[in-house]
Design a binder for this molecule. Structure first.
Ligand SMILES: N[C@@H](CCC(=O)N[C@@H](CS)C(=O)NCC(=O)O)C(=O)O
Length: 480
C-alpha cells in the first residue's frame, strides 16, 4: 500500500498508509479559502508586507503563484519563502538555507506542516504548497493556487503593476470555460496518469491527456496564446505544466506517448511564454527534477506506459536531402560504383572484384522476385557472369533522393534509379544504412529495390511491376 504524508486531526504523519479511510478523510479536507481583497471586506485587507507566500519552484501549482508575484511586480509587497524540493521524506516539505531552499522568513519554522498546524491546530489534510500566510492574523489565508493567482492578479494593484491583468473582465467567461477543461485534463492529468494505482486509471488519464495536447496543438497553431492575442490566466496554468513536461512528466510520470518537442506549435508556444520578461527566472528545472524523481517511490512500477509513439519520419530534423550531404554522397557513390562494376565498366576486372568482395564484408542474402535466395558467393558469381553483358554506353541516373536520419546514426535513403535506354531497369531503392560507430564504415543494413515500369515513372505513377527484391542484411564498406 502506498505511503503518504498528511496531518490528521492536527497530528503529523510522515508515513501514513493510504487506506480507503485515509483517502476519504483527505478528500473531505476543507483547506483554506480566505480572500485577500483591496478593501478588506473579506477580513484580509491587501497591505504591503502583510502577506507571505510559501512556495516551491518544483511544484507547478506553486510555480503559477511565483510567476504572478514576479510579473505583477509584487516581490517587495508579498514576501516569499522557498521549500526544499526533496519532499518524499517523513518530514514532507521543509525549509532550509542552501541553494535550493530558504529559511522560513516568517517564524523560522522547520517544516511546512508546522505552518499548517499553527494556522489550524486540528487540521486534517495534505500539507501542500503554495500557501498564502497572513503575518497580521498569524494564519493561512489560502492554500489553493488558482485562488491565490486571482488575488495576486488584482488585490495588490495599489503597489504592483496594475497594467498587467491576466483575468480581464471581457475574457473571464472564456478563461473559466477553458480552465474547467484544461486543469483537470492536462495540469492534473499528468498526476492522475503518473500516480495512478491501476492500469485502467493510468490509461484513461494518459489517453485523455494526449488527446487534450493534440487539441491544444491545433489551437496554438492558429493563435499565439490560449485566449487569442494576449497572455491570460489559462496560459499560466498550461505553461507550468508544459515547462515540466519533457524534464519530468514524460519520464518520471510516464506521460510518454509524445514529448513536448514533438508538438511543433505547443513547443513554440512554450518558448514564447518562457520568453515573456521575467518568466525564465522562475523556471528552475534543478528543483523540478529533484522533486519528481524523489517522488518516484509513489509510482506503481507495474503500470505500462502508453508510449513512446515514435514516428521516425517526423522526428528527423533533416528529413529531406539538401544535395550536399557528405554521407549521402558517399552512399550514392557506392551505388554508382556497384552499378559500374556490374556493367563491367571497369578496366581491371580482378581488382574490381576484389574490392567488391572486400566491400561486402559480411554475409548477406538476396531474395529474388521468384523467391529464390542467393548468399554472398552466389551474388558474386552472378555479378561476375554479368560482366559479359556490358552495354555499349553505360548510363545511370539517380534522382528524387530523400534521406531520413534517425537516432543512433541510422539513415533511410530512397531514390529512383534509372538506366536510360534500358527498358525495365527503373527501380526505387530503399536502403537502411548507418556509419559504424567504431570502424567508421557505412554499413548497408538492408536494401530493398522495387522495379518500376519506365513509362509509369515518366508519367509520375510509381506503380510497381514486380515484387520487391530485398537484400537483407547487407553489410559492407564503401569502396573509395
Ligand atoms: N490544490 C492545490 C494543489 C497543490 C499541490 O498538490 N501541491 C503539491 C506539490 S506539486 C504538494 O504540495 N503536495 C504535497 C502532498 O500532497 O503531500 C493547489 O492548486 O494549490
Amino acid at each position: 500500500m502506498r505511503e503518504i504524508r498528511a496531518l490528521i486531526d492536527g497530528v503529523w504523519h510522515g508515513r501514513l498508509d493510504e487506506t480507503a479511510a485515509v483517502r476519504r478523510a483527505l478528500a473531505s479536507a476543507r483547506g483554506f479559502h480566505g480572500q485577500v481583497t483591496a478593501d478588506g471586506a473579506s477580513g484580509f485587507k491587501a497591505e504591503p508586507g502583510r502577506y507571505h507566500l510559501y512556495a516551491s519552484y518544483a511544484c507547478p501549482w506553486a510555480h503559477r503563484t511565483i510567476i504572478y508575484r514576479k510579473l505583477k511586480r509584487l516581490e517587495h509587497v508579498v514576501g516569499m519563502s522557498v521549500l526544499h524540493p526533496r519532499w518524499a521524506t517523513p518530514d514532507g516539505w521543509r525549509f532550509g538555507d542552501g541553494d535550493l531552499a530558504t529559511v522560513d522568513h516568517v517564524a523560522g519554522r522547520r517544516f511546512l506542516h508546522e505552518v499548517y498546524r499553527a494556522a489550524r491546530p486540528d487540521y486534517t489534510g495534505r500539507v501542500t504548497v503554495p500557501v498564502l500566510w497572513d503575518r497580521g492574523a498569524d494564519t493561512i489565508v489560502n492554500n489553493d493556487s488558482s485562488e491565490i493567482m486571482r488575488m495576486l492578479n488584482s488585490a495588490f494593484d495599489e503597489w504592483g503593476d496594475a497594467t498587467v491583468d491576466f483575468y480581464p473582465s471581457a475574457k473571464r467567461a472564456d478563461i473559466d470555460a477553458l480552465n474547467a477543461w484544461l486543469i483537470p485534463t492536462v495540469c492534473s492529468g499528468v498526476y492522475r496518469a503518473g500516480f495512478a494505482t491501476s492500469q485502467d486509471e493510468y490509461d484513461r488519464a494518459a489517453v485523455a491527456l494526449f488527446a487534450a495536447l493534440d487539441e491544444l496543438e491545433r489551437r496554438l497553431s492558429r493563435q499565439p496564446y490560449l485566449s487569442g492575442e494576449r497572455l491570460t490566466e489559462s496560459d499560466w496554468h498550461l505553461f507550468a505544466t508544459l515547462c515540466r513536461f519533457d524534464a519530468v512528466y514524460h519520464g518520471a510520470l510516464r506521460c510518454n506517448r509524445r514529448r513536448l518537442v514533438d508538438y511543433p506549435a505547443l513547443s513554440a508556444y512554450a518558448r514564447r511564454v518562457h520568453d515573456a520578461p521575467g518568466v525564465a527566472a522562475t523556471v528552475k528545472l534543478d528543483h523540478v527534477k529533484r522533486h519528481y524523481y524523489d517522488a518516484i517511490g509513489e509510482i506503481d512500477p507495474t503500470i505500462v506506459p502508453l508510449g513512446p509513439a515514435v514516428d521516425y519520419t517526423t522526428i528527423a530534423s533533416d528529413s529531406m536531402h539538401d544535395g550536399n550531404d557528405p554521407f549521402l554522397a558517399e552512399v550514392l557513390d557506392f551505388h554508382r560504383g556497384l552499378e559500374r562494376w556490374l556493367k563491367g565498366d571497369v578496366t581491371d576486372r580482378d581488382a574490381a572484384l576484389a574490392r567488391l568482395t572486400d566491400a561486402l564484408a559480411e554475409d548477406f542474402v538476396v531474395v529474388h522476385p521468384d523467391g529464390k535466395r542467393d548468399g554472398k558467393t552466389g551474388v558474386l558469381r552472378n555479378f561476375a557472369a554479368a560482366f559479359g553483358e556490358k552495354p555499349a554506353r553505360y548510363r545511370l541516373e539517380i534522382r528524387d533522393v530523400t534521406l531520413r536520419r534517425f537516432d543512433a546514426g541510422f539513415c533511410l535513403v530512397t531514390y529512383v534509379e534509372s538506366h536510360p535506354g534500358e527498358a525495365g531497369r527503373t527501380r526505387i531503392s530503399t536502403a537502411l544504412l548507418r556509419r559504424h560507430p567504431t570502424s567508421g564504415l557505412v554499413e548497408w543494413l538492408s536494401l530493398q529495390e522495387t522495379r518500376l515500369a519506365d513509362d509509369a515513372m515518366r508519367h509520375g505513377r510509381g506503380d510497381s511491376t514486380s515484387p520487391a527484391v530485398a537484400w537483407t542484411p547487407l553489410s559492407c564498406s564503401i569502396p573509395r
